[in-house]
Design a protein around this ligand. Structure first.
Ligand code: 4AD
Ligand code: MG
Length: 436
């Protein structure tokens, strides 16, 4: 008998047919003369039904004795079943055990509660559970949406290097790497500086890749390795940057709502919090943000950067992301364009997520004037030699330009409603975690 091999996601198209599905035993429920193996295959979970009277004795015994996460290939007939989670069940006709997990060394993650450290240590296995599976599928959808948004809006993907000779976001969070003959290089903190070069070649570009921050912050929003998407646009102003940031976020949220409802449901996400994410986002200035925060009891003074708690406090006032612009020049990176009318603030913007998820996006307009850039590099004590090529961009056809960076993990954490970014990436890298 030859039956088609399918995935659980495809089961609906095979109702009434016998099919073969390779996968793993998620769980096994026994009820007298019937056992219900829950089969998972990465595309979904399917309840199978094995009835003692319908199967040969040894086969039924084999199924009854299955252990969690054993790899199995189940053959059976797909049947519509309204009460089943995916709308279908499978009546088992045959079952091949590829590897049976022994009782002497059982699968370590059981349906009972485990502590977060235990789960993190077993991340390579934890990824199989429903919740982690749902989060990473949302992540995939977010990344797909990001690429589709930029690809269909005239941006060219130009990826930037990971080994870099200089800091982009301050020298205190650099990971140093030995690079042959004693030369030191750093893992990139951001592709932005290179994006500025490629934007002058292509007009609108984006890069998307891993970035690194040697930050000793053990918070629910910080990873030492995270994925950032960064668009950069020639002849763009701060207002252009804000518009693109807003459009991108709305596009991503709509995509996830369209394609990943089941996953959001698995995560018990309150969909109304996502359904209200529409343009325009509220826009406020840093000055106003400081006043609002002080009124809410924050210790912030004009001139200081917003802390994580401030971002949470501010974000809570709105049902959609809030854009805060014109931060003090002194707290922002060397490349930020000062406001010509108020040089003490920069034409930069941070987009803060609602529900306390903090900064999603940081960006703005870059300094395009050669003299001003040289002055800022010197003031911040940065090594001018390392920036030679970057300075060249202000000599050969300089023009106003800008862009931003969005951390994928922060975005996924917010959309999924998670209280920590560690679950938004398959293998998180944090201050005290580089394994598995
Ligand atoms: O605000 P940041 O540091 O901005 C830049 O790196 C700019 N050069 C980007 C640009 O204009 N092209 O980082 C941008 C975003 C943050 O808003 C946040 O979402 C994320 O990157 N991010 C982190 N995510 C996780 N862990 C960390 N340690 C992060 N640091 C920043
Ligand atoms: Mg920032």
């Amino acid at each position: 008998m030859s039956v088609p091999t399918i995935t659980i996601a495809e089961a609906g198209r095979h109702a009434g047919e016998s099919v073969r599905i390779p996968g793993w035993l998620y769980n096994l429920r026994k009820s007298g003369k019937i056992v219900f193996p829950l089969l998972r295959d990465g595309t979904g979970i399917l309840q199978c039904v094995a009835v003692k009277s319908a199967l040969a004795e040894p086969l039924f015994e084999k199924i009854k004795d299955l252990t969690q996460e054993s790899s199995i290939v189940v053959t059976g007939k797909v049947r519509a079943e309204q009460r089943a989670p995916g709308g279908f069940e499978m009546d088992v006709e045959d079952l091949e055990v590829v590897q049976r997990v022994p009782e002497s060394d059982p699968y370590p993650i059981t349906p009972k509660e485990h502590g977060i450290d235990f789960l993190m240590d077993h991340r390579h296995l934890w990824l199989r559970s429903r919740r982690q599976h749902a989060i990473l599928r949302v992540r995939h959808e977010v990344i797909r949406a990001v690429r589709d948004y930029f690809d269909s809006n005239g941006f060219t993907l130009v990826d930037t290097p990971i080994f870099t000779p200089a800091a982009c976001e301050g020298t205190t969070s650099l990971f140093e790497v030995n690079y042959f003959d004693e030369e030191k290089v750093y893992l990139t903190q951001s592709g932005q500086l290179y994006n500025e070069a490629t934007a002058m070649a292509f007009g609108k570009v984006y890069c998307f890749g891993p970035t690194f921050r040697a930050e000793r912050s053990k918070t629910r929003r910080h990873l030492t390795e995270f994925w950032m998407v960064e668009p950069e646009m020639a002849y763009a102003t701060l207002e252009d940057v804000k518009r693109v940031a807003e459009e991108l976020i709305v596009f991503i949220v709509n995509r996830v709502l369209e394609n990943r409802r089941a996953e959001l449901k698995e995560l018990e996400r309150d969909l109304s919090k996502l359904e209200c994410i529409r343009a325009p986002f509220p826009r406020i200035g840093y000055d106003e943000a400081v006043k609002t925060l002080q009124a809410k009891g924050s210790e912030i003074q004009w001139g200081g950067d917003l802390g994580g708690t401030d971002e949470t406090l501010l974000g809570e006032d709105y049902d959609r992301p809030v854009m805060v612009d014109r931060y003090p020049t002194a707290v922002k990176a060397f490349y930020m364009q000062p406001d010509p009318e108020r040089p003490e603030v920069v034409l930069g913007v941070d987009v803060l997520a609602p529900e306390g998820h903090g900064e999603l996006i940081g960006g703005g307009q870059r300094i395009h004037d050669l003299g001003l850039l040289l002055k800022r590099i010197e003031e911040q004590g940065l090594p001018k030699e390392a920036f030679d090529w970057y300075i060249d961009l202000r000599k050969y056809g300089t023009a106003p330009h800008g862009g931003f960076g969005m951390g994928i993990e922060r975005c996924v954490g917010w959309i999924c409603g998670l209280d920590h970014v560690r679950e938004t990436i398959a293998f998180p890298r944090m201050l005290y975690r580089t394994r598995p």
